[in-house]
Design a protein. Structure first.
Lengths: 453, 453
């Protein structure tokens, strides 16, 4: 990434020459370390990159060349990064709530997945999730699921940035009835999609230490290393998992994975709730990427991850929504609010998990989870242009003393006005630019009627 | 309230004659005990009352007489009831977050109130809150604050239903520099507003057992009884309060208030976090109205009220947002989601606080808190017409397997399309019908610039 103190790039010519898009007239929150909000700032985009961030007033000579997005005194900020989701599970939103965990999973979700997932339904479910993410300001998603060719196809149509991982589990799974084929299916997925798209990177997703054997975990690690792609896993999500792994292996889950050689900078571990001080230290030492998933953890009574302690130990967790069967939405603005509040509730310390910290989790730290901290997560010249405009005209956004506070504690995704990913406008004045919302919602409802029979 | 099994009223003529408003084409969720959602139902309104709820198809003869509100396959439901708020505190939204409780209250909020509250600012702050409440589907609010003549005036202009209570505290307070005048100011407020308006009922609000003397509490009780109005109080909000009251009086706060004769069916107690089993039993025995305020309690690290236990003991708590300095919004949809999730998180029991329970808290049980269970809280013929239409066309509301689940776990206030209070349309297709949003927001911003100097 090019970077200089003037926030300009493209040294061979005037950095302000030929912007394709000028976003102006708002408070620019770059989310770069230590930078204050820029009142009445501008973000200029050429191609897929940000070429200027600042308060320069002299852009009047480019109006006829550039598309002007007026922030209307709203907030211009980096796109949000959903660091853990199973996007197509939008199809199961509200299908089964307020149930004991085992009944929810084994009697409702697994059977629904077994019966109703197909390349076609995952395609439409992912598209529905893309609509929801775009509409609520998410510009990148870390996805792990099945029928992932369909997920890639849907995400490509949406224009979103994504890490899409093929699910691996040692049980019959959607699209992989024989678990002996799970690793070769993973390998085939990587072979197909590695290097295929600038926006969509492939990966592998081991369901959990409980549901994958040690051999499967090790081989998945080897394959992902061979292709230089991240490996995702659900880790220490429940007490039962910890107890069972301890019983099976004599080690707690983090140590168990370390013994297998899984812990590394490209392991993305979601949930990470029931961990000891030693496990936190080891996660830090191995530079594992942790993802906090508070609303799902609350709704499923999984426990509360020790995120403030992890941050204190130097970890930089991302923030994820999980799938819509356990949340039940993909709105990262609401997730930030919950993250900030639930830690205050548990710790009895109102100073913990500030609005600034959770906003960082959903932007800069999310970029680190994806291995893209050089490319996205902040608004800086030279970075990829993943940018939001958040409208601040609704009553609940007034007054605006502190943009970070209003974004975390008052906004919802519905306040997002414009969304740009990689220099392409995906939503403009709340109108989708890449997807046919009407068709997608019609198809999702049709599939839903089949599920709800 | 008239009521019969056919959901019709107005026996002297055809119950379907002359509806002023017909809301149709949606799923009707009456929230009456044990009633299933009515697919493609209708709610007919004449004057200030509901005259019909059902699936009768034969309304075609009235189209030219009635205003038709098309729910467009959304959800038709009772208006939400915010059972605890300080509405004008919208002006302090985002002014001070993530601070230790005492610093927040004594260094930020109290000084801001002392410096910036006036009849004029409370008027505009309340109007801003009215916009926000209408926009997020709240049709009734229980308010306690200062300069309450202004609050009444603003609420009357909005068309919302409210219980407005004059604040009483044994410290110099906004508008009452000499605390010796607090009770006579309370009495004067009741004399002025009792019987004045059908929609706005007056009351008294003792700030807390810590900040009001025993004599003040007893006299406030006597005055409110004399006028037959409810008495509000913050109760057992912090551990410090419990410790201090124990030290001062030898009793825990609930027992202390009982000794003073305060506990009764028209005492509205907000927060009620740190209570013993005996205190819960006593609250039930005295039929005290408890209000749960989860997001404020989370954000301020006050603790988590024992709501599931209270419900098990037969209490029927309402749900409140608190003021915007500690939440930071007035959106009861988000509050319902937090209420359902935070109890699951703390109890490690995913079956506790179901979506149905929290929706009941925000509707029928909120009506009980206000003493209006015969008039509002459900959609039934004969009741007052406080009705919402929630749009279900946004991606995050699809599919719609279970309307209660989607309302609690997926919707936000921004999904509310139409709002009717007492038979009057306050918002239509998200356009405010009674208030000038542009003017109110302009004034609120102007006041905010003064506060933020």
């Amino acid at each position: 990434m090019e970077r200089n103190t003037m926030h300009t790039a493209g040294k061979d010519r005037d950095p302000l020459t030929d912007p394709d898009i000028i976003i102006q007239g708002g408070i620019v929150l770059t989310m770069a370390e230590g930078e204050a909000p820029l009142i009445d700032g501008k973000v200029c985009i050429r191609g897929d990159r940000i070429i200027y961030v600042g308060k320069d007033q002299d852009l009047s000579r480019y109006p006829e060349k550039a598309e002007i997005i007026d922030a209307k005194k709203g907030i211009i900020m980096p796109g949000l990064i959903n660091a853990h989701s199973h996007t197509a599970m939008t199809l199961f939103r509200g299908l089964a709530d307020d149930l004991p965990l085992k009944e929810w999973l084994f009697d409702k979700i697994f059977p629904a997945e077994a019966t109703h997932l197909s390349p076609e339904t995952v395609y439409w479910g992912t598209l529905l999730g893309c609509l929801e993410m775009i509409a609520s300001g998410t510009t990148s998603v870390v996805d792990g699921y099945f029928f992932q060719d369909s997920t890639v196809r849907a995400l490509q149509e949406s224009g979103l940035r994504a890490l899409v991982a093929q699910g691996i589990i040692d049980f019959p799974a959607p699209g992989i009835p024989d678990p002996r084929e799970n690793l070769q299916r993973g390998r085939a997925f990587l072979e197909k999609w590695c290097g295929f798209s600038e926006l969509i990177a492939p990966g592998l997703f081991c369901h959990s230490p409980l549901t994958c054997s040690d051999r499967t975990l090790k081989e998945a690690r080897e394959i992902s290393s061979e292709f230089s792609v991240p490996l995702q896993i659900h880790l220490s999500e429940t007490r039962e998992e910890v107890d069972e792994i301890l019983k099976r292996t004599g080690s707690r889950p983090v140590h168990y994975l370390d013994n297998l050689g899984l812990l590394s900078a490209d392991l993305i571990a979601a949930h990470v709730i029931h961990v000891s001080d030693e496990e936190i230290a080891l996660l830090k030492q191995r530079e594992v990427k942790v993802v906090h998933v508070p609303e799902s953890n609350m709704k499923l009574s999984s426990g509360l991850a020790r995120i403030p302690e992890m941050i204190q130990q130097g970890l930089t967790p991302g923030l994820g929504t999980d799938g819509c069967a356990s949340n039940n939405d993909l709105d990262l603005f609401r997730e930030m609010d919950s993250a900030a509040k639930v830690h205050k509730a548990f710790s009895m310390d109102p100073v913990t998990m500030t609005a600034g910290t959770v906003l960082q989790m959903a932007t800069r730290w999310g970029a680190k989870v994806m291995g893209l901290e050089q490319a996205i997560g902040t608004l800086e010249a030279g970075k990829k242009a993943d940018v939001l405009v958040v409208d601040c005209t609704a009553p609940h956004m007034v007054p605006l003393y502190n943009p970070v506070s209003n974004l975390v504690y008052s906004a919802t995704g519905a306040d997002v006005k414009d969304v740009v990913v990689n220099g392409r406008v995906l939503m403009r004045d709340r109108c989708f630019q890449t997807l046919d919302a009407q068709e997608i919602i019609k198809e999702a409802k049709r599939i839903g009627r089949g599920i709800n029979k």
